[in-house]
Design a protein around this ligand. Structure first.
Ligand code: PHE
Length: 363
């Protein structure tokens, strides 16, 4: 037996009085470290007579438990003290003036999403989100785009490497997979919009490989094409802040809607300048249609009972039109001069309650 004192009063006193985490660690090493007094005493047990070994071993184990508990308590106490000290040191005086006033700007994409959400929110739509990396089933198959369907090629899809089971994940090419996720997860009535990032292998002045869409979906027992038209006309007039904005529905095709319609808004071009509003020209602005019965079936919804509409719109496109932004690539350059020019002040929170959204659209 060494000179270790199993009552360990001195050690416990030292632990309780340790002024810092470093001091505490030193005590721990002195006692429990590889050459610590308790470690050495434990090692010496092997040389004792069995009877003596049992007695001394029990005493040392009890001492070790008390020391370990005391170390834990002391560490917690020192942690709390350090946190309090930090909070005292790093306290911010919120009454001081802001040093550089108004330097930050809200990105036009964020602002446009907030505007869209404000308008549809007022109409009773809830905001839903979904994953950027998507399974083929949600991005294509459940949307009535089976393998080999030509629409798959048109999507310019980014695929992830093939998995051992032969399947491939995709970067979602549109926000429509969130239609499927929502219909599989909740029963009608459904009334949602889905703003978010989308990805297609396409890059020029009006296309970016990463862009944003907002999807809309309404499913219940009675919603028909008239509601689709009324809802989108109402939205477009509120968004562009033009009460008399002409809106045109053109027959079109999407595998997941039937019938499908592309939506145009009126515009005019004079001296190479584009103006949104009544004029002699049209601009395509979004895709829409009545949800295809097969898509409802794919989601376990009975198409003889439920129906509804869906739409999808490019956010960059409407932001460019509304705010006169000429090149989509600038959205992602993080050029501060661009952001100061096209960005929004943090207090410009879009809300229909506070009056019309900013308009004066020209591009
Ligand atoms: N997902 C379509 C696209 O990206 C848009 C769309 C959504 C069309 C919903 C109809 C209904 O082009």
């Amino acid at each position: 037996m060494t000179d270790f004192d199993p009552s360990c009063d001195d050690i416990l006193r030292e632990i309780a009085g340790a002024p810092s985490p470093d001091a505490l660690e030193n005590v721990r090493i002195k006692v429990l470290g590889r050459r610590g007094s308790l470690t050495v005493a434990m090692r010496a047990l092997g040389g004792l007579e069995p009877e003596e070994r049992r007695r001394a071993g029990a005493a040392l184990n009890a001492a070790k438990e008390r020391i370990t508990a005391a170390l834990g308590e002391a560490a917690a106490r020192l942690g709390r003290a350090a946190l309090e000290e930090r909070l005292r040191r790093e306290r911010a005086d919120v009454t001081l003036p802001v040093p550089v006033c108004g330097a930050g700007r809200i990105h036009p994409i964020s602002q446009t999403i907030d505007e869209i959400v404000a308008i549809f929110g007022e109409m009773g739509f809830a905001v839903v989100e979904g994953p950027h990396i998507e399974e083929d089933f949600y991005n294509f198959t459940a949307l009535n785009i089976p393998p080999e369907h030509p629409a798959r090629q048109e999507h310019d899809t980014f695929y992830l490497p093939t998995r051992p089971d032969g399947s491939r994940l995709v970067l979602r090419t549109h926000t429509s997979p969130v239609q499927i996720r929502t219909m599989l997860a909740q029963r009608p009535p459904i009334r949602i919009i889905v703003p978010g990032r989308t990805f297609r292998c396409d890059h020029d002045a009006t296309h970016s490989p990463m862009f944003h869409q907002v999807e809309g979906l309404v499913i219940d027992r009675t919603t028909h094409m008239g509601h689709l038209k009324g809802c989108l006309i109402e939205f477009l007039r509120a968004f562009f802040a033009l009460d008399d904005l002409p809106v045109r529905f053109r027959p079109s095709y999407f595998p997941f809607t039937e019938p499908s319609a592309e939506v145009d808004i009126g515009c005019s071009r004079r001296h190479g300048e584009l103006r949104i509003g009544a004029g002699s020209d049209w601009l395509e602005i979004l895709g829409s249609g009545m949800v295809h019965p097969q898509v409802l079936k794919n989601c376990g919804i009975d198409p003889s009972e439920f129906q509804g509409f869906a739409f999808g719109m490019g956010i960059e496109r409407v932001a460019m039109l509304k705010y006169g932004i000429p090149d989509v690539r600038a959205f992602y350059d993080s050029d501060l001069r661009w952001l100061r020019y096209y960005g929004f002040l943090a207090l410009d929170v879009p809300s229909l309650v506070r009056g019309p959204l900013p308009g004066g659209a020209a591009a």
